[in-house]
Structure formats: structure tokens, C-alpha cells
Design a protein around this ligand. Sequence first.
Ligand SMILES: N[C@@H](CCC(=O)N[C@@H](CS)C(=O)NCC(=O)O)C(=O)O
Length: 208
Amino acid sequence: MLKIWGRASSSNVMKVLWLCEELSIDHERIDVGGEYGRTREPFYLAMNPNALVPVIEEPDGYSVWESHSILRYLVATRRPGDPMHPAAPRQRADVERWMDWQLASLSGPMTPLFWTYVRTPEAQRDLAAAAKARDAAEALWGIVDRQLDGRDYVAGSFSLADIVLGPYLHRWFALPVSRAPMPNLEAWYERLQANHAGFAQHVAVPMT
Ligand SMILES: N[C@@H](CCC(=O)N[C@@H](CS)C(=O)NCC(=O)O)C(=O)O
């Protein structure tokens, strides 16, 4: 059976768990990272020299790290050609640009925002830095809100783009920050909760 190495509270592990739900991929998840540690043990560094989660491991020992590479690999091996990761170059680029954008742009402000309010004791929070991150995140979510105008999902139909943005979308709505009204973004958040069991089960959960 496929092994997924990584704590369930990690946004990058959530993406993999959600895709497994979408594709009905049997798997065993093993808690490592964060309070569970083990990522600097030799067996883990042999799978991922970055000592980060997630990692997936096939029954024959083949392993992959980097969440978006894992998602692409799972579609290619479990359901090749699925519209979640289309084969046609333009449709594929429409999905993949949002995957790259999540790692290259959205992570920038969303990571400090999440860490400030969820993983930093109140007395130690840098609220000025958090305010800047909030402003930057709001501008980026505005781009997604405009992209969703007339679309149910980010790339038109449901795709890996929705899966990689989903964890941060939930955090954006769950964090104690002010938010400009974004009706398309709000409707998309509700649509994911209503229509995607994997989002409700693994992603839209209390933040820890
Ligand atoms: N770009 C990597 C980032 C992986 C990453 O930063 N993982 C975090 C959790 S979201 C981690 O391993 N943190 C240390 C830990 O949990 O011990 C990916 O997408 O997989």
C-alpha cells in the first residue's frame, strides 16, 4: 500500500490526502514532522534530504518529496489523463501556473500569517509583520477572486489548482484577520466544502 509520511496538520500533507480521497487511493499515513519528529533520522533523510513533509513511498521503496510533484505523480500513475491534471498543453498550463503561483507567491504572505496566529504564543507575535502579510495576502486573493469570475473552479473545471490552493483558502477564512468582501472566493470556498469530501475531511479542519 502507498505510504504517506507526514503529520495531518501540514498544508502540504493535506493536499496529498485530499487527492487520495478524490482518486480513492488506498494509503497508510504515518505521523512525522512537527511534534512527531523523525524527519532528521537517516531513513527519512534518505527519502527526503530536506527533512520536510510530505513524502510518499511506494511498496517497492520508490519515494517522492515536494507536494506538487507528488500530486502530479499520483495522477500520472493512478489515473493518467484525468482532467484534474490535463494532458493538453494549454489546459495543463492553465492548471500548473496556479500550482507554481501557490508555491512562489501565495506562500510568501500566508505562511507568516498562519504562524503568527496559530503557532506563535500571543505575547511573542509580531503584529506589524502580520499586518503587512495580511495586506499582501488580500491582494493575492483578489487575483483569485477575479479569476473565479464566471468559473466554478480556478482553472474552469476542478483540478490540482484547486487542491493546492485549498489549504490556504481555508486558512484565509479561518484566521482572525479582516478580509475585503470577495464573493467569488467565498462561493468557491463553500463549493469545495459542499462538493469535495476530501476538502471537508482533511483541509477545512481546525488549525493547529
Ligand atoms: N515545498 C515543499 C514544502 C514542504 C514543507 O515546508 N513542509 C513543512 C510542513 S507544511 C514541514 O515539513 N515542516 C517541518 C515539519 O513539519 O517538521 C512541499 O510543497 O512539499
